[in-house]
Design a protein. Sequence first.
Length: 132
Amino acid sequence: MAKFAGGEVAFVGVIACMSLCASPRVDATITCLNVTNWLTPCISYGAMGGSVPMECCTGIHELNAAYKTTEDVRKACSCFQNGAAMSPGVDYDRLNELPGKCSSNYPYRVSPDTDCSKVGFALSAQSSKYLI
Ligand SMILES: *[C@@H]1O[C@H](CO)[C@@H](O)[C@H](O)[C@H]1NC(C)=O
């Protein structure tokens, strides 16, 4: 009888942890849709040059502010890479100029050759939060 009650307490503890312990991770996830929304205004510059739309810089800043984990950086990297690959005539050198033009950084170089599974945060002289 006492043994059974003890098991029940442990079981309730597991259930409580399943709802409480897991919740802090849920709100910090960047989706591909987020990345698309933030960076779509940047594609016209990537394809044609000209002036950088303000929405593009805003998007880059919001994306950088949204990175919480290495997984976020990797996911955004592959979303950006896929998005760029589907944008005809996009010039990767121009895409990589954008953070500088927006007074910001990407935590990785956008290129068809970038291995997004290996990118992540790295410290740099310019920024302690995000960089190449
Ligand atoms: C990503 O987009 C969803 C749906 O539009 C939004 O609710 C969420 O806040 C966005 N994530 C971030 C980190 O802004």
